[in-house]
Design a protein around this ligand. Sequence first.
Ligand code: 13P
Length: 346
Amino acid sequence: MERLDEMKKVAQAMVAPGKGILAADESTGTIGKRLASIDTENTEGNRRAWREMLFRTDEAMRERVSGVILYDETLRQSASDGTPLVDLIRDAGAVPGIKVDKGAKPMALHPGETITEGLDGLRERLAEYHDLGARFAKWRAVITIAHPDADHQTPTRGAVLANAESLARYAALCQEAGIVPIVEPEVLMDGCHTIDRCEAVTRDVLVAVFDALRRHNVRMEAMVLKPNMIVSAADCDDRADVQTVAARTLSVLKDIVPSSVPGIAFLSGGQDDVTATAHLDAMNRRGDLPWSLTYSYGRALQQSTLRTWSGKAENVPAAQEEFSRRCRMNGLASTGEWSQEMEAGA
Ligand code: 13P
């Protein structure tokens, strides 16, 4: 495989100790919802202003952000002074990446389930993204757990296998193009299921994903896994504590993820920001891990900064301070050096 050594180095840099990935790849629709929450219009200018502010947060970008996942628009966009946003990221020493899936769409004959689209024409799009500077990519598969009393129990075998196959085809195309794939099978925490159910479903999904990756000759040492943590559902009455989440998540990952995978970068999936940090820290404190464990958070890195910014230029310094703080907390969690007291004092 051409460029394998280069991809291995990129994958290792993405999960370097003390650093993690900023997921800033919300589609135009999704970023619109985030901006609406601060009464800010979803214009190209506002999307640029928000992301430029993040990428110009020097301390966070240099010390705590290994890579940034971008949406197509952002990869082609320039800052207010004309500097391409990709250059801001590269100049800070972080790797630019690109979301390449075209979204999770309703899966035919599978009520309540989705299949992620975007494979058609992907080879050509990856070649262009490589030319534009992207060195890693992301594809998100979405698995929904339905209430056991629902008419259709999900996930079905059909949806799990189809999504695993698509993730593997995407990953193979990425490596052919010299781009490191982030493989993201997300088991949603929507619903009221227990941590036991999340564990069983996540286990099945990861087994299917790694089977498919092997079947498609994907090189484990040139990819990064982006899984959900094993948690109680958002509306579950019986909530698992931090140590239980850490123990369950590690036990599943150790059973399934080969040690040749350089790193695992979790999504936050709707956990509140400090909880997502506490879970990552608890896993890293347990030690004895065959891969790096870090963050690839969207909401858990951006939410508090977005509120502080509120779309107003005069709030930029305070918002950058908040973004630095959240990145520092998670960077410390990626080496098991975070504590709740730091949240209060930082
Ligand atoms: P969250 O951390 O908000 O789940 O986003 C991560 C991501 O990239 C989802 O695809």
